[in-house]
Design a protein around this ligand. Structure first.
Ligand code: NAD
Length: 357
């Protein structure tokens, strides 16, 4: 199995190195031959090739089984007048690989619950899988700007087709099947025509193909409230691009630290792209103190969704749980009195905690 590693910028290379060590150990434990191919992306690729997504990187990704990304960006490439920016590489790779579904698990860890902005009794036990449509809707619909008299008028259009809705609802329903068998679809069907199409198409797909999954719908304004008043009520949540963008950021605050949260972007066929949700953290880059767990958990998602290795994915998640349960912390999640570990020490503990059971 060929895995392309895109370490990127800032702490990206530090955290992907730890994920690679974990994957190598999984390979030897379970008898898989993972072949790694490291390629440039982001700011360093602009420096070396004048392009945040050089052609050889894209080619390598296209022929891979899965892609694991660190993070891109940093102050060095922030000049607003620059010809190109690191983030352009990220947007392009998602588009080129046809990654239309973004999966973001929002899970609370008991030891972190008191760092959540919400009270423990509300947030403890939260375990939501958000599935956000990633390549359609208002971010990609027709938009424009015109002048009428002394007024400027701008418009952006939310556009969806039956096919775009069906394929992402199927991914969400499949995910629910492997979890607590409950799917919530979020829309604004009382106002938006595009949402009314989502509602019809989702209901049909669920009735015809997933009768075993409990299915309900919630309006997006209500969902924004439910997410902070009763987050434990949800299992899998599927929604369109703009609503998903906002709700997943709201959701990422619940666990109390971003350094633990992975994300996956997948398409119909071809490799998926797996990454931590945090950025390149230039403030701590090169210090060896970044938390590698989000990237290690992204590697677990990669095994589950792209390589279909469920037992191996679980083994990584269990190893991370064990290390945390034993009280090991990096600086971002350590509380006063706890001695923080560095990036490689944390990675090594996960490697050592891995087992086949
Ligand atoms: P950030 O996520 O990089 O950092 C926010 C804060 O969280 C910082 O204080 C950082 O030190 C801390 N942090 C983040 N990840 C951590 C980890 N694994 N361990 C410990 N602490 C961690 O967000 P930012 O500062 O807004 O952005 C920095 C750069 O990253 C920018 O150039 C931005 O464009 C880019 N960015 C990239 C991605 C991506 O590659 N997907 C996502 C977000 C931001």
């Amino acid at each position: 199995m060929k895995i392309v590693l895109l370490p990127g910028d800032g702490i990206g290379p530090e955290v992907t190195a730890e994920a690679r060590k974990v994957l190598e150990r999984v390979g030897s434990l379970f008898g898989h031959a993972f072949e790694f191919d490291t390629q440039p992306i982001g700011g360093n690729a602009i420096d070396d090739f004048g392009d945040p997504l050089p052609p050889q990187t894209l080619e390598a990704c296209r022929s891979a089984d899965a892609v694991l990304l660190g993070a891109v960006g940093g102050p060095k490439w922030d000049d607003p007048n620059a010809k190109t920016r690191p983030e352009a590489g990220l947007l392009r790779i998602r588009k080129e690989l046809g990654l239309f579904a973004n999966l973001r698990p929002i899970q609370t860890f008991d030891f972190l619950v008191d760092s959540s902005p919400l009270r423990r009794e509300i947030v403890a036990g939260t375990d939501i899988m958000f599935v956000r449509e990633l390549t359609g809707g208002i971010y990609f619909g027709e938009s424009g700007l015109k002048q009428e008299g002394d007024q400027e008028i701008a418009w952006s259009t939310m556009t969806y087709s039956t096919y775009e809705i069906e394929r992402v609802v199927r991914i969400a329903a499949e995910a629910a099947r492997g979890r607590r068998k409950k799917l919530t679809m979020v829309d604004k069907a009382n106002v938006l025509e595009a949402s009314r199409l989502w509602r019809r198409v989702s209901a049909r797909v669920m009735k015809e193909e997933f009768p075993d999954i409990a299915y309900d719908v919630v309006l997006v304004d209500a969902m924004a409230m439910h997410l902070i008043s009763r987050p434990t009520a949800f299992d899998v949540v599927v929604t369109e691009n703009l609503f998903g963008d906002i709700l997943t950021d709201e959701g990422s605050m619940l666990p109390g630290s971003m350094g633990m949260l992975p994300s996956a972007s997948i398409g119909s066929d071809g490799p998926g792209l797996f990454e931590p949700i945090h950025g390149s953290a230039p403030d701590i880059a090169g210090k060896g103190i970044a938390n590698p767990l989000a990237t290690i958990l992204a590697a677990a998602m990669m095994l589950r969704y792209s390589l279909k290795l469920e037992a191996e994915a679980k083994a990584i998640e269990t190893a991370v749980d064990k290390v945390l349960a034993a009280g090991h912390r990096t600086g971002d999640i350590a509380r006063s009195g706890e001695t923080p570990l560095g990036t490689t020490a944390m990675g090594q503990l996960v490697v050592e905690a891995l087992s086949k059971e």
